[in-house]
Ligand binder design. Structure first.
Ligand code: NAP
Length: 259
């Protein structure tokens, strides 16, 4: 049994949909006070309204903008009296093959996924430090750190970059008892993945030993563990949440699995 996170102040970026909304819901179910951040305030407020308990609220913030991150941190401090846990989850995954990728395509993905992680962490640091301990959980991906996928070289670079970031951040923040870890989801059934279409989902499902896509809760409970008091000696590390997707040596390893 993990120590309760009841009453802790949590920020989840990219929480109006998908994995972020799942993290917000699971943390709120544990009694945490959760601030959901996303660019579209109406959607973030709608997501907050779906979570029972009255301990959640929303703020509009684009994580690629320093001033938005500062406003997000200030909002959590005003509403919750500080910040205990930051979940850097906001991310986008538009596809563009290398021959077609524009500089703007590259910049947009890196600005939101990688620079956004840095800016969210930096904005929340004074409040996390003031608490005397803190937890930062980054949503990276298997794509980039472990695998590749055509169309996502910029995305993979951003997600691998997040791991480079957490390893040094973990060292710098250790004196303040702030841990920095990452969850690496495989294919999770979210609005963003749903939009990739039924063909993508069917083919991807057949490539996963567990023969299903993940749920947002699968990722949220891994994040909850990394945010717990009991994970205080774990920093700069990763947890893969992928139903075994990265394990098969080739598609042959899966051929007779379900026959
Ligand atoms: P999603 O369903 O598309 O939701 C993305 C969320 O991020 C939305 O709330 C969106 O709201 C927000 N967002 C996007 N850009 C933002 C910005 N600049 N500032 C603040 N919020 C922003 O995505 P998802 O599938 O849940 O993915 C969430 C995270 O998990 C991403 O980092 C993604 O790379 C990672 N991931 C997902 C999977 C998967 O299979 N789903 C696998 C591996 C990793 P607004 O558009 O209103 O801002």
């Amino acid at each position: 049994m993990l120590t309760s996170i009841e009453g802790r102040s949590v920020i989840v970026t990219g929480a109006s949909k998908g994995i972020g909304k799942g993290i917000a819901r699971v943390f709120a179910q544990q009694g945490a006070r959760v601030l959901l951040a996303a660019r579209d305030l109406a959607q973030a407020e709608a997501a907050a309204a779906e979570i029972p308990g009255g301990l959640v609220s929303a703020v509009a913030a684009d994580v690629s903008k320093a001033e938005d991150n500062l406003r997000m941190a200030e909002t959590a401090i005003q509403r919750h009296g500080g910040i205990d846990i930051l979940c850097c989850n906001a991310g986008i995954f538009p596809a563009a093959k290398l021959f077609d990728m524009s500089e703007a395509d590259w910049d947009q993905v890196l600005d939101i996924n990688l620079k956004g992680t840095f800016l969210s962490v930096q904005a929340c640091l004074p409040a996390l430090k003031a608490r005397g301990k803190g937890r930062i959980v980054v949503t990276s991906s298997i794509t980039g750190p472990i695998t590749g996928y055509p169309g996502w070289s910029h995305y993979g670079a951003s997600k691998a970059g997040q791991l480079g970031f957490i390893r040094t951040a973990a060292i710098e923040l250790a004196p303040f008892h702030i841990t920095v870890n990452a969850v690496l989801p495989g294919n999770i059934r979210t609005e963003g993945v749903q939009a990739l279409g039924p063909d993508y989902i069917a083919k991807m499902t057949s490539a996963i030993p567990a023969r299903r896509l993940g749920t947002v809760e699968d990722v949220a409970y891994a994040a909850l563990f990394l945010a717990s008091d009991e994970a205080g000696f774990i920093s700069g590390q990763t947890i893969v949440v992928d139903g075994g997707q990265v394990l098969p040596e080739s598609h042959m390893a899966l051929e007779d699995l379900y026959s």
